[in-house]
Ligand binder design. Structure first.
Ligand SMILES: Cc1cc2nc3c(=O)[nH]c(=O)nc-3n(C[C@H](O)[C@H](O)[C@H](O)COP(=O)(O)OP(=O)(O)OC[C@H]3O[C@@H](n4cnc5c(N)ncnc54)[C@H](O)[C@@H]3O)c2cc1C
Length: 423
């Protein structure tokens, strides 16, 4: 079990930590932090870059008490920050509650997802961090600090998407809503001309809509549409969707034989339909790399046109792309800070040499749209440009200096992208 934690999920980043801890209590977390010079936490290790790495002490919170405390009056759940959505969501559903959105898989931890602004798709749906209403974290001197949306306003907005740079979050409180059901359908060969002409209409045609182009044809290969339904009675699906045909349920890419896809054509509770897939072997080393760039929603069509021009370069290295929409929020380091965004995601074959060579061309094509890269995926955009894309970056630097004056939680990634140091 320990060795599996010494690299990220896809094995692309070996962790350089000198020590690895699996504390079973918050007091143990505090003791580790007090004794450490450099410290980071890992969640499910699903980031593709060195965001979680450290040379010092690496902590995993999976052994903390995972009980879920629901407050029906405030309609919130308070949980160990290191709980995975897979452990959490069925419990919420059984109690009659739901989260508004999830990522494409549920193996990731709640706090790992929030720290990198992980998102799903859906008009009006914010990224996963936007439902955090309070958190508890152990700061650099070992103190336990509580922050909440209600009490700490603007500072709280700086602390939820924080790249692990402020402290070790041990508890989070999440806003809940009543549980709900979704039915998802897959459509094939949606003409790109329809997408370019009716992007807003298409992306709002379901609770959550994802487009999966490979950029190799003048159509988008598959489209997943998740619609809200009343209860678990199946609803007849429209046979076509903007000239795309209803499919029996093809996966977005034929190459993913390592995962099971969530059901098509059958209603199910939110947590069994919002993720696209589950891995057959959750502990196997992943066989892909990922990048994702967020552009303002108003630029989505132009940005997609720019990517489509690169189809020759993409063909040998790309499995599939995914296009998703995310609502605007006020979290300082969220890519959707202050603007509705569209994520253009790339599922690469696991060939870093080829991907790394191609990224500058892709990023040059997207540069006119001032893309914000996904914090947890692979990108080559210059650190100064990343910082410049975040209007509250200086405030975040200040907050990090206040909570962590010695830089205990700074790793090479944080030095590079937050503080601009040449590492
Ligand atoms: C197959 C696959 C599918 C994916 N699908 C999506 C998707 O649909 N949407 C999307 O946006 N992303 C997606 N991602 C990216 C990924 O889920 C996110 O980047 C997420 O951050 C990973 O969460 P984790 O639990 O693995 O955290 P980790 O990668 O382990 O850590 C992420 C960050 O959180 C910090 N952290 C962890 N725990 C704590 C803590 N207790 N206190 C403070 N900081 C902490 C870490 O130090 C690190 O900086 C996918 C990744 C994979 C491998």
């Amino acid at each position: 079990m320990q060795t599996v934690h010494h690299q990220n999920w896809c094995g692309h980043v070996p962790y350089g930590a000198a020590r690895f801890h699996q504390p079973a209590s918050v007091a143990e977390v505090q003791a580790i932090i007090r004794a450490a010079d450099k410290v980071r936490v890992i969640g499910a290790r699903h980031c593709f870059n060195d965001i979680a790495d450290t040379t010092g002490d690496l902590i995993w919170l999976g052994n903390l008490d995972n009980s879920v405390v629901i407050d029906p009056e405030r309609r919130t759940a308070t949980v160990n920050a290191g709980i995975t959505y897979r452990e959490l969501c069925p419990q919420l559903h059984r109690a009659g509650y739901a989260l508004p959105n999830l990522a494409s898989l549920d193996h990731i931890t709640v706090i790992g997802a929030c720290m990198s602004a992980t998102h799903g798709s859906g008009d009006g749906l914010g990224n996963l961090a936007t439902v955090v209403s309070a958190l508890e974290m152990v700061t650099a001197n070992g103190d336990l600090v509580s922050l909440s949306r209600e009490q700490d306003g603007d500072t709280f907005d700086g602390a939820v998407v924080a790249l692990g740079a402020l402290g070790v979050v041990t508890k989070v409180t999440l806003d809940l809503q009543p549980t709900f059901y979704l039915q998802q359908e897959v459509y094939e060969e949606l003409p790109m001309s329809e997408i370019f002409a009716r992007f807003d209409e298409i992306m709002s045609a379901g609770y959550s809509v994802s487009l999966f182009p490979t950029w190799q044809h003048d159509c988008c290969d598959t489209v997943w549409v998740k619609r809200r339904v009343e209860g678990d009675a199946s609803v007849p699906a429209p046979p076509d969707f903007y000239r795309a045909a209803l499919s029996a349920g093809r996966s977005p890419s034929d190459e993913f034989s390592d995962r099971d896809w969530t059901h098509h054509g059958l209603p199910g509770p939110w947590h069994e339909r919002l993720p696209h897939f589950v891995f057959k072997d959750a502990f196997a080393v992943g066989n892909e790399l990922q990048s994702e760039y967020f552009v303002p929603r108003r630029c989505a069509v132009d940005a997609m046109r720019a990517v489509a021009q690169l189809s020759d370069g993409l063909a040998p290295i790309l499995g599939v792309s995914e296009i998703r929409t995310v609502a605007a929020d006020q979290l300082w380091l969220s890519p959707s800070y202050g603007q509705e965004i569209v994520g253009i995601h790339f599922n690469w074959h696991k060939n870093w040499e080829a991907v790394e060579k191609f990224l500058p061309e892709l990023e040059a094509a997207l540069a006119p749209f001032v893309p914000r890269p996904h914090w947890g995926k692979l990108f080559g955009i210059a650190p100064a440009d990343v910082r410049a894309a975040y209007p509250r970056m200086a405030d975040f630097q200040e907050l990090a200096r206040t909570l962590d004056p010695q830089g205990k939680f700074r790793n090479r990634y944080v030095e590079r992208y937050v503080f601009g140091l040449p590492v």
